[in-house]
Design a protein around this ligand. Sequence first.
Ligand code: PEP
Length: 250
Amino acid sequence: MRKPIIAGNWKMYKTPKESLAFVSAFLPLVEGHDRDEILLFPTVTSLASVMEAVAGTNVRAGAQNMHWLNEGAYTGQTSPTMLLSIGCRHVLLGHSEQRMYFNETSERVNLKLKAAISHGMTPIVCVGELLAERENSQTEEVLRTQVRTALHNVSAAEAQRLVIAYEPVWAIGTGATATPEIAAEAHAMIRHELAHCCGSQIAQETRILYGGSVKPENISALMAQQQIDGALVGGASLVPATFAGIVRYR
Ligand code: PEP
């Protein structure tokens, strides 16, 4: 019922030329693969050319962030209508690196999420606890606050295309992947919050991805968990063969 998504977040890596070289090498490795949706999130300078390069294939591309307004005096920002103008309909929101280094808040994620929904885009909202929060038994509380704030005043009808990514901050870029059981437990908490915010049908239908040091060696065990509907992959999505190995997990 929930088609898995395998998404690659390239963060601040790859020039347009390097991005296109990745796409040329990657597309043949995943040709015909339709068990999972495949998404790439390049940097903003590569996005338009990657969008063109993947057009008509089984791979889609999205933006790593966006503003909630369509235009204005907001230096350094990209708007929903600008993304739509190049055919981009997927956007990551609230990534922990945005929260940690650029003071992103769940309140702003809420504004961006509503903008994405109103433009018919597919938002992937990232949530996750810090190591200290996990060690202090605050994981459930942190996830509850992040989900409830991001989904404030979002109706069930509006949440149809919503995707959530559970990314425990202690697992991002550290090699310390959450065990499949820890990830599944957090996904169940998030699903519980989705039910609270948007009702049980949305909770059952929304895809929740796991992110944090996903590799070809650990993807199968993660995907074996019924709660886990895909992966958001950082470092291991930068090399075509490695990311294809994750996409083609068994
Ligand atoms: C990410 O950037 O969303 C991520 C999960 O990174 P990594 O796979 O490198 O831990």
